[in-house]
Design a protein. Structure first.
Length: 458
């Protein structure tokens, strides 16, 4: 006889989402706390693989829902936990984390580049070094983060058989890339739409310093290794005001009291579902609204921050390339391409962004410079002859914890900070644009040849 199921513990009881109809062709994946899935799975795998011993210390740098999820799983399994966070950990969250037994270090000063995330990372590495045997989950690069979403994809496939489109916000990339990779085993045509925010580097905008962002937990000042860019058909950038308004609408119209990343994803999914009435879309809602009661759900706060909107946003503006445009809501046909493939094709910044005048694709008149010498001449065989004024953005990837200097526009290559500093000296720090001469033996920046460094990262 089957009857009500009693879960082993709360995390097992609430880890999977409820599936809720929002329209006849739109399903919401309503999580209580989505990050419980990766927190539980990463710890389980670490124990199985011997990286963590029973009762061993877990250390992670996080200010958000992953920290809370780790604290819940650690409390249930008897692991001490140290979290390194920043002021985004508000007092009620801090009390909750400490009540669950976590030790929380809050860094108060942001780094010159890389913001709080860089400083958090430095403190994290110190804590790890001083406590041998401790385990760090590293949600941004640990493959068990996307790997943890298999049960969620299975649940969706069982419930509806198949869907045509998945929409979700992207922070570490774990949820959207994880769920879609499993679904595409049975639904290879599945459309995947990632939702990012302006000033996040994940899909090619330049870093606006996300420590000041009002819309948190989506976007990143680094490109996490867990973001598989080739998973995405479309990318949307949604501003904070638009996300907050959609969050309130989700509550008003569907009684779903969720956080602002849910609102951002809802805005996009609702738009897509309206425009594709014959296809079935699923949208990810990662957390509940309680933590945002005094902010997103408070009109006075919205007013004070200048992000209160009374009229719904207009349709999103299609961009022909990722760039730091001013449209509050925009999208780009990413086309399941690698990051480097997309970032090779953009026209220079002053050429506008109209899709009507320019097809996304390699520009025959200005083929991208080829940075890796392909002839027998080796590193001295590059063939460029132009000089470019290009934008310089600071970003990092999780696998390269030192800051990277991204030379973007038509030269989308990454040079690690050590190399950049060694070759370019302090001159590059704080610059937002550089003259780049392409020619001779390689790439010259302000008269200094960095051809070898660039070749290594091209
Ligand atoms: C509330 C919330 N929404 C969205 C995301 C993005 O999810 P992911 O990290 O799986 O890309 C996060 C990640 O921390 C989150 O906490």
């Amino acid at each position: 006889m089957s009857g009500p199921v009693i879960s082993a513990n709360l995390v097992d009881a609430i880890a999977l989402p409820r599936l809720v109809w929002l329209r006849p062709n739109l399903i919401g994946l309503v999580f209580t706390l989505m990050k419980l899935l990766p927190a539980r799975f990463i710890i389980r795998k670490a124990l199985e693989e011997g990286e963590l011993r029973p009762g061993g210390l877990i250390v992670e740098a996080t200010s958000g829902t992953f920290g809370l999820s780790l604290a819940m799983v650690s409390a249930l399994q008897g692991h001490p936990l140290t979290l390194v966070g920043d002021p985004a950990i508000d007092p009620p969250l801090l009390r909750r984390l400490e009540d669950l037994g976590a030790t929380v270090h809050i860094v108060r000063e942001a780094g010159a580049s890389g913001g709080f995330r860089q400083v958090r990372q430095e403190v994290l590495e110190k804590v790890l070094a001083s406590t041998p045997g401790s385990f760090c989950p590293r949600q941004y690069s640990n493959p068990h983060n996307p790997g943890s979403y298999a049960p969620c994809a299975e649940q969706l496939a069982h419930a509806v058989g198949g869907i045509d489109c998945l929409v979700g916000s992207v922070g570490s990339g774990g949820s959207v890339c994880g769920i879609s990779s499993y679904l595409r085993l049975i639904l290879p045509e599945l459309n995947v739409i990632g939702v990012d925010t302006h000033g996040s580097v994940i899909f090619g905008e330049t870093d606006a310093g996300n420590d000041g962002w009002l819309l948190r937990e989506v976007g990143n000042s680094l490109i996490p290794a867990n973001v598989d860019h080739t998973a995405f058909d479309l990318v949307h950038w949604v501003g904070a005001a638009e996300a907050f308004q959609a969050t309130r609408r989700l509550h008003r119209e569907h009684a779903l009291h969720m956080g602002p990343t849910s609102g951002a994803a809802f805005l996009v999914a609702d738009w897509w579902a309206r425009n594709h009435p014959d296809s079935l879309t699923a949208v990810i809602f990662p957390d509940e609204g309680y933590r945002y009661q005094d902010t997103v759900y408070n009109d006075a706060w919205l007013e004070a921050k200048g992000v209160r909107r009374d009229v719904p946003p207009r349709e999103p503006v299609e961009w022909n390339r990722p760039y730091n445009g001013r449209d509050p809501w925009s999208f780009f046909r990413w086309g399941r391409r690698a990051y480097s493939d997309v970032m090779w094709i953009g026209p220079s910044a002053d050429q506008g962004n109209s899709v009507a005048t320019e097809e996304a694709g390699p520009d025959a008149a200005h083929p991208p410079p080829k940075l890796v010498p392909d002839g027998p001449g080796g590193a001295g065989a590059t063939t460029f002859t132009r000089t470019e004024r290009v934008e310089v953005a600071r970003g990092r990837t999780d696998d390269a914890p030192t800051p990277l200097l991204r030379v973007s526009a038509e030269v989308p290559v990454w040079v690690d900070a050590d190399t950049a500093a060694e070759v370019l000296g302090d001159a590059v720090r704080g610059l937002s644009a550089l003259d780049i001469a392409l020619g001779g033996n390689g790439l010259e920046v302000d008269g200094i040849d960095i051809g070898v460094a660039v070749s290594a990262y091209a």
